[in-house]
Design a protein around this ligand. Structure first.
Ligand SMILES: [Zn+2]
Length: 273
């Protein structure tokens, strides 16, 4: 199958026009006329993932995070990112990014996160897109029954891929939670939206000390902070399924979701008590 056909399917699922203005989505390298048989999906376009793509013989690597978010004047192999571009082109592996356009899609990154942690009820965007309330950032929905924050923290840890970071909770461990707001990736911009949403708990990544500490001084949801990579990884299986369903069955692609843990943090120690 031509790469251009796969891209057309991806862009129907995650239209580039839905991406934020600061984002860089779409084809990073590769020839739309090249043939694609094997597709690898991953969160981060880092060396370990490119190694995996080349070793497996992937013709296309789809990542959530952009390799080249900021404009560059060149891609010399003397820079880490330039080196990856060289290796991908030499290996005949195209690179394609679906980032904030996948965040706001329906279903998108936060739908997969909500389902992974056990939200079974209907989901709606936490911050709906102005042009379509079915799309937007974050999701909110209900657990089948209320559980304590402590139980839900364990449930989130079990539902997401394991990382050194794990899952941290802020708030009363015995508090009952049922309505769950989530945002895959760095969701601190939605803290106040989560507060007014009526959610009992807000799950996201990259929460910092002061915003979290000040947040808890006022009534609102408890906070759960998981590894950035782990909150976005569940989307890959959804994207894989949606892509396969969108392409003709007569020309089956081999697809694979990378299980390499590419969260930046590798070690965790609670300290000596
Ligand atoms: Zn992210």
């Amino acid at each position: 199958m031509r790469l251009s056909h796969v891209i057309a399917a991806l862009e129907a699922l995650y239209p580039p026009a839905w991406a934020e203005s600061w984002d860089a989505v779409g084809l990073v390298c590769g020839d739309p006329d090249q043939e694609v048989g094997r597709v690898l999906l991953a969160v981060d376009p880092v060396t370990a993932v490119v190694d995996e793509a080349l070793e497996w013989g992937a013709d296309l690597l789809i990542t959530h995070h952009p390799l080249l978010l900021r404009p560059v004047n060149g891609v010399p192999a003397t820079t880490p990112k330039g080196r990856l571009v060289h290796r991908l082109i030499r290996g005949g592996t195209a690179l394609y990014t679906a980032h904030t356009n996948a965040d706001v899609a329906d279903p998108g990154v936060s739908d997969a996160l909500a389902r992974a942690v056990g939200v079974t009820g209907p989901l709606r965007p936490l911050a709906p897109s102005p042009d379509d309330p079915r799309r937007g950032l974050g999701r909110i929905g209900d657990l089948p029954e209320a559980v304590t924050l402590k139980e839900f923290t364990a449930q989130v840890a079990a539902g997401l891929p394991a990382t050194a970071w794990g899952v941290r909770a802020a708030g009363d461990p015995d508090r009952m939670v049922r309505s769950v707001a989530v945002c895959g990736g760095s969701g601190d911009s939605l803290l106040e939206t989560a507060r007014t949403s009526g959610a009992d708990v807000y799950l996201t990544a990259d929460l910092r000390h002061h915003p979290a500490s000040e947040y808890l001084e006022r009534p609102g949801p408890a906070l759960l902070d998981a590894a950035h990579w782990a909150t976005e990884h569940p989307w890959l299986a959804d994207a894989e399924r949606a892509l396969r369903a969108a392409l003709p069955a007569a020309e089956p692609l081999q697809t694979r979701v990378s299980t390499l843990v590419t969260d930046a943090w590798r070690l965790h120690h609670e300290g000596v008590k």
